[in-house]
Design a protein around this ligand. Structure first.
Ligand code: KG4
Ligand code: ZN
Length: 365
């Protein structure tokens, strides 16, 4: 393989990730220090706690990544870093770290959009993984994370046409909130998936917000419906009704009931995400569907889109679950294309907490 060797830093939210990636594709090392356990106690992320944890772990994560790849910073062609969107304090830790490395080692600095990173995770290959065909254009990409939910068309690298996005909560945020309602552990996404896998009846039905023929998404109504349904189930089980229950606190619903509710909620989210993605892919004759972001780690979503895409002869490129959630390798993948386009950052690079996906234009319909 050829192409630039990039050292990539990700610290936008609650994972400290550093990777060494070659040619925007081959991972040489990808180390992620997760703060999940740290935030479980509060049932969510406290920004200052997240920033301090990045500060604590970023040097050990770099050491492990360099050792894993068998390189030193002097060997890489560029240093890349996420500069938005994300939590300002968290972003600043990674940006300052990457700037220092670039300055001291006299390397070009590449600023990467975190959302573009989630998209480009679909191009990654693990160390030792056999070559496989890259995504073909035009493609339709669904990005579903804790902070974002959107559907875009790509006709070429680094260009995006927006089909739709969430008008309220992100899909991952809905998973996290409903996980909390059900008294499941943080983060809610993986916990709901596990609970749903134990469901046997599959008879709980949650509403779907189709929003007419729009490609936008809405999850706030679903969240309200989930709260009502959980309250009803708790009342029926003779349990106190309090929407602010946390994992391990107070009496929990019987496991079988929790499983059915988790399944019903997950089924609603998966149905809407998959239906709109497939419809978009058919509308533009997409050759590939790409999915990414933490919620793309969800087994039910992956299976549903895989089946629907196969039935229509559309390729599906989906990163393995560990590359769907935040990591440095995805930033290294996107950075190779940005570097190739001459898109370099200066040492004045600043955090952009609300950075939108680069140059999105609405699809003319
Ligand atoms: O992309 P990500 O790691 O961070 C952001 O950029 O937001 O996404 C985190 C989100 C969380 O809301 C988490 O609950 C969700 O992804 N998630 C999942 C699964 N794994 C992570 N949601 C559903 N099923 C999963 N298996
Ligand atoms: Zn993310």
């Amino acid at each position: 393989m050829s192409g630039p060797l990039i050292l990539a830093v990700e610290s936008s939210c609650d994972e400290t990730g550093i990777a060494v990636v070659e040619g925007g594709r081959r991972i040489h090392a990808n180390v992620v220090a997760s703060q999940t356990a740290l935030h479980a106690a509060t049932g969510g992320i406290v920004p200052e706690v997240a920033a301090r944890a990045h500060l604590r772990w970023i040097v050990p994560v770099l050491d492990e990544a360099l050792a894993g790849a068998g390189v030193s910073v002097a060997d890489v062609d560029a240093v890349a870093v996420t500069y938005g969107p994300g939590l300002a304090g968290s972003l600043l830790v990674g940006i300052n770290f990457a700037k220092t490395l670039a300055f001291v080692h006299d390397k070009p600095l590449v600023g990467v959009n975190h959302l573009e990173g989630h998209l480009y995770a679909a191009w990654l290959l693990d160390p030792g993984e056999a070559e496989r065909e890259a995504a073909l254009f035009p493609l339709v990409a669904l990005i579903v994370s804790g902070g974002h939910t959107f559907l875009v068309e790509m006709r070429d690298h680094l260009t995006y046409r927006l089909f739709g996005q969430t008008v309220d909560d992100a899909a991952g945020e809905a998973f996290d909130k409903v996980g909390r309602l059900l008294g499941l552990s943080y983060p809610g996404g993986p916990a709901i998936q596990r609970a749903a896998e134990a469901a046997t009846r599959h008879d709980s039905v949650f509403p779907r917000a189709w929003l007419g023929d729009s490609y936008d998404f809405s999850f706030s109504g679903l969240k309200t419906a989930a709260r009502r349904t959980v309250d009803e189930a708790r009342a029926a089980a003779g349990l106190p009704v309090d929407g602010r229950l946390r994992a391990g606190e107070d009496a929990q619903l019987p496991e079988a009931v929790t499983a059915e509710l988790a399944w019903g909620f997950q089924d609603s989210v998966v149905d809407v995400l998959a239906t709109k993605t497939i419809r978009a892919a058919e509308e533009v004759d997409a050759r590939t569907i790409v999915i990414g972001g933490g919620v793309a780690a969800n087994a039910a979503l992956r299976a549903r889109i895989a089946g629907d895409a196969e039935a229509r002869n559309i390729r599906l490129n989906v990163p393995r679950p560990g590359l769907c959630t935040d990591n440095g390798a995805m930033i290294g993948a996107a950075a190779a294309w940005r570097l190739g386009a001459g898109d370099l950052a200066g040492l004045d690079l600043d955090a952009r907490p609300s950075l939108p996906l680069a140059r999105p234009e609405p699809v003319a319909r």
